[in-house]
Design a protein around this ligand. Structure first.
Ligand code: CMC
Length: 440
């Protein structure tokens, strides 16, 4: 238990269940909402809490990332995302997330060297790629190859060895960009491009994606900075679905590569990381500003499954600070690559303007999230929509590995094992005819 918790152990919440009152300690967060520790609820009162989607549940204690959803604040280890996006670079942010503070010059130089030494993949992984269909989604390859790393790097699977844990985090971050680039190359039928260790992480990723055997890709500083900012903005976001998946998978003692593969799977869904691809596809489907009202009507209609992709967030009830930064970068990148008056950007800006004045979006506090503008930037840089979530995954390896490490090193960590509100059959006798209601 942290000092902070002990300092506050005099605060209690009382809960009366079937005429008996129980007291549960309240812990103040350093910032943000306090939490009620109900870990003894079942052993003392014989009941569970019911919270689908974990809308009111803190699943762990963490020192990594802070979000104030009402004020639109995001901080990694105490540093504002705006400042990091401006002054830092992705590998420094990875180091910050994993080790807890900004490294000094020498530490950073050493860490960058260590990361770049791990960008190569085992030669046999090429054979692994050959087993995928060319038209497979690159996230399918990402999930498969990330999990397969556990078969290649067996000297960093021991989760009880601190050195092996660190080695695994470096391998995961470094190799994720190589795997992502290989997935892209494979899907377009080009040969893989080897990493170059004299390039920065972001330059190297662009090089591996866009160089080919006939021509080297000249990495533009404007695009490299945009790429790096996108990686920084997606690096962590506290206990989101994929990070919670990594923690839950890791809580059983599974190896780090397998846990990160589980995170990649969770990220893929359109409600999470898959929204960047879905948002761009939605904008293309809307096509023109004259169709905005028709699509807003669909988004508001409860009988229609359509949602405004890139809008809304479980935590942000204000403008997502990451979306604000991306909106600013957008025009810069488009100008740089010579796209003038991009109709999709114009449509996105109009859609945002109209939605933010709409009663439904105002009342439900739905604002653009990180996925609303990122696709427009990535498309201008030359990436197809299928690669957007892969890029999100590469960046998020930073947060996943930081949370996985924090979870393993937390002395109160135990296997994650939620309970349920059972609503199935009572005991049945085998062979006795089931009622019509139960027949599928
Ligand atoms: N369009 C239309 N209505 C929406 C939207 C949207 N994009 N988002 C939420 N709502 C409605 C929702 O139907 C619900 O209405 P009601 O109260 O009448 O049932 C209300 O707003 C509250 O939403 P919720 O679904 O309870 O919120 P949630 O916290 O469960 O879901 C979300 C958050 C991000 C999954 C959801 O807003 C969404 O599906 N957005 C579109 C997908 C998207 O952009 N996802 C990326 C999230 S940010 C990046 C990341 O974390 O991966």
């Amino acid at each position: 238990m942290s000092d902070r918790k002990q300092n506050n152990k005099k605060n209690f919440a009382s809960l009366t269940i079937f005429d008996k009152t129980y007291n549960f300690p309240i812990y103040n967060s350093i910032e943000g909402e306090p939490v009620i520790d109900i870990s003894k609820l079942h052993s003392e009162a014989g009941v569970f809490t019911y919270d689908p989607g974990f809308t009111s549940t803190a699943s762990c204690e963490s020192k990594i990332t802070f979000i104030d959803g009402n004020r639109g604040i995001l901080r990694y280890r105490g540093y504002d995302i705006e400042e990091l996006a401006q002054k830092s670079d992705f590998i420094e942010v990875v180091n910050l997330l994993i080790y807890g503070d900004l490294p000094n010059k020498n530490q950073l130089k050493k860490y960058k060297r260590l990361i770049s030494r791990h960008t190569l993949l085992h030669e046999q992984i090429i054979n692994f790629f050959q087993g995928f269909r060319r038209d497979a989604h690159p996230m399918a390859m990402m999930v498969g190859v990330m999990g397969a790393l556990s078969s290649f790097y067996q000297d960093s699977l021991d989760i009880n060895d601190a050195h092996q844990r660190q080695e695994a985090t470096r391998r995961i971050v470094a190799k994720s960009s190589t795997i992502g680039a290989m997935a892209y190359k494979y899907s377009i039928g080009q040969s893989f491009v080897s990493p170059k260790n004299d390039l920065t992480f972001s330059e190297n990723f662009l090089h591996m994606c866009f160089s080919n055997t006939a021509e080297d890709y000249k990495v533009s500083p404007v695009l490299a900075k945009a790429m790096d900012t996108i990686f920084i903005l997606h690096a962590d976001h506290e206990q989101n679905a994929s990070t919670s998946t990594v923690r839950l998978a890791g809580s059983s003692g599974a190896n780090p590569f397998a846990c990160i593969a589980a995170g990649v799977s969770s990220l893929w869904g359109p409600a999470h990381g898959g929204a960047n691809q879905a948002a761009l596809e939605m904008l293309e489907e809307i096509g023109s500003s004259k169709n905005i009202s028709k699509y807003l009507k669909k988004a508001k209609n409860k009988k229609d499954n359509f949602k405004l992709m890139g809008f809304g967030h479980r935590v942000y009830k204000n403008y997502d600070p990451r979306a604000k930064i991306l909106k600013n970068i957008c025009q810069k990148v488009l100008n740089h690559v010579g796209i003038k008056n991009d109709p999709i950007l114009k449509l996105a800006v109009n859609l945002e303007k109209i939605a933010l004045k709409d009663k439904y979006f105002i009342e439900k506090k739905l604002y653009p999230n990180v996925d609303f503008y990122s696709g427009i930037i990535l498309r201008a840089m030359g990436f197809p929509p299928e690669m957007f979530t892969v890029i999100f995954a590469i960046a998020r390896t930073a947060g996943w590995t930081a949370h996985w490490t924090e979870m393993i090193e937390d002395p109160i960590q135990k296997i994650g094992r939620p309970r349920q509100l059972y609503s199935g059959n009572k005991a049945l006798k085998y062979g006795i005819k089931r009622s019509k209601k139960n027949t599928r």
